[in-house]
Design a protein around this ligand. Structure first.
Ligand code: GDD
Ligand code: MN
Length: 366
């Protein structure tokens, strides 16, 4: 028996709730990649619509198709990374699973890499021959253009469509930089371009962004926040964990919430200072918990009964943090090590680190 030729191109397809698009995707790849040994890797985050089951049903009869089903995790960028790292093919491409990207340019992308003309081939809507098409609403188009301008300010090479999620590169180049990737949010291409450690030679290949036929976009306000986070992470050279920055930011919002409630209850209202402080603390902690669940730990989001358990645990963690804060600041002042301002700041800083460390390991367990 002869073995089938090993794949030359692995096409990684991040999917969340794309069940109706799976079979058409495979059919389109089959047509577009005739004459090229390819494999398709669907990376699904346990979509409730049964995307993984659809992909596996095809994989069961077509050895070119594989499916990675991830449980308890979410994230477009991390799904792409995991899919790419799972292949041995010399070239890898990433394409959206909703048929919005034009798979017919994949052979040209591969050719650009194989000829050595480029180190990374990008499907581009913003070069001659490319089109935004009907894929983006006017508002999304505006956001996308603003993002592209911002991204180009950070990039060592100019890329007309840095927000593209459609690209191909040699696997070894990716593997080499993989440990440096931020791998959060939607902008995996930008992450790659910023993590290479040197300006990559980019070839942009035009295509028209299609309208989505089935399913819906997963882009929301938090994705935009993640975009800002990615740029911040790269600007800081990855020294401060992105998650910590988000946690600290949420903590800052919590302080504002606390002061607002205190002002409302005690300043404006008739509630005594002590009682108002307790109420403000409780409201601020709850707000912080919900914000962290939505933003900081978005990829490990707690739901249902685990949400309540997490909230209670968060109260306990923050409670201990607060006691430590007050205690340390008190000691510093008593021993004359620091004035009240410095002592207060030191106590608060220590508390943030404590809250973050314990939250990351106990409340939102990896
Ligand atoms: N595994 C996994 N996990 N896949 C995801 C997740 C996730 O958490 N979120 C989204 N996806 C998949 C979707 O199922 C789809 O196949 C692809 O990633 C793109 O998601 P969409 O929700 O369709 O994104 P979009 O159309 O709004 O954004 C597109 O345009 C951007 C530029 O305007 C994408 O192509 C982006 O990559 C691109 O940057
Ligand atoms: Mn889409």
């Amino acid at each position: 028996m002869t073995e089938p030729a090993p794949p030359r191109l692995a096409v990684v397809i991040p999917c969340y709730n794309e069940a109706p698009n799976v079979a058409p995707m495979v059919a389109r790849l089959d047509a577009a990649l005739a004459g090229i040994a390819w494999e398709a890797i669907f990376v699904d985050d346990d979509s409730p619509d049964g995307t993984a089951a659809r992909a596996k049903a095809i994989a069961a009869r077509d050895s070119r198709v594989r499916c990675i089903r991830r449980i308890g995790r979410r994230g477009l960028a991390s799904a792409c990374v995991e899919g790419i790292l799972s292949t041995a093919a010399p070239f890898v491409a990433v394409i959206d699973g909703d048929l919005q990207h034009d798979e017919t340019i994949l052979p040209r992308m591969l050719a650009a890499l194989e000829s050595g003309a480029a180190e990374i081939a990008v499907g581009s809507r913003n070069v001659e021959g490319g089109e935004m098409g009907e894929g983006l609403s006017p508002v999304r188009r505006l956001v996308s253009n603003a993002g592209a301008a911002l991204a180009n300010a950070a990039l060592p090479v100019k890329v007309a469509d840095p927000m593209s999620g459609f690209f191909a590169l040699p696997r070894e180049l990716f593997e080499e930089m993989a440990p440096r990737l931020t791998a959060t949010g939607f902008k995996i291409l930008l992450d790659i371009l910023l993590s290479a450690g040197r300006p990559l030679q980019v070839a942009e290949i035009p295509y028209t962004f299609r309208a989505r036929e089935a399913g819906e976009s997963k882009l929301d306000a938090t994705v935009l926040l993640e975009f800002a986070g990615l740029l911040a992470d790269k600007a800081l050279g990855g020294i401060v964990p992105l998650r910590f920055m988000a946690f600290a930011l949420v903590g800052g919002i919590g302080v504002l919430v606390h002061l607002a409630v205190l002002g409302l209850l005690h300043g404006v209202g008739p509630v005594g200072f002590g009682a108002a402080q307790w109420a403000a603390t409780l409201v601020a902690m709850t707000a912080n918990f919900l914000l962290n669940n939505r933003i900081t730990y978005r990829d490990r989001k707690l739901r249902g009964p685990r949400l309540l358990r997490g909230l209670v645990l968060f109260y306990v963690v923050c409670g201990i943090g607060a006691v430590a804060n007050v205690g340390i600041a008190g000691l510093l002042v008593r021993d004359g090590v620091a004035g009240w301002g410095v002592a207060g700041a030191a106590g608060a800083a220590l508390t943030v680190v404590w809250n973050y460390a314990v939250s990351s390991t106990l409340v939102w367990r990896p």
